[in-house]
Design a protein around this ligand. Sequence first.
Ligand code: AMP
Length: 174
Amino acid sequence: MTLEEVKQAIRNVPDFPEKGIQFKDLTTVFIRPEYLSFLKQQMVQKYRERGVTKVIGIESRGFILAPMVAEAIGAGFVPIRKPGKLPADVMEMRYEKEYGTDVIQIHKDALTPQDVVIIHDDLLATGGTMQAAISLVKQCGVKHIYADFIVELDALNGRNLFDTDVHIESLIHF
Ligand code: AMP
């Protein structure tokens, strides 16, 4: 199996959720157990020797692979969620979207200064969501951050938004 085969299985949905957006639908990949397993293995190989202690998933499409990889590399799983979902004390970050602002939260006691973390989301578009997650995680204080995606939309240059000390990894490029 190759990443090119997985790329071919991604469904492109024009004009979703609004006109002009080419939505990359990964449900057509996740529904195939051999693809799910292949993507997990690709990530596990990459991170196994990097001393990662926690894999952070961004709600909600980051919740699919992040816990699978966390379990496989012997790391913990931590969710970053939309407001009103996490029950204990939280830290939060507000960020600009195309229309209006958005907020993400993490539990205050989820991370320690010794943690080496992967922040995972399914797809990198403009980078706004991941940069907010990076700022939030930095506010908590960790040793090192990997920003990880299944898919990166290269033309949008989202990676240029990220701090230079963050290590960026994507498996499939459009
Ligand atoms: P951004 O903050 O612009 O990098 O957007 C990233 C978030 O929006 C990710 O959680 C993606 O799931 C979602 N997203 C943005 N653009 C697309 C797209 N063209 N196809 C699929 N998901 C997208």
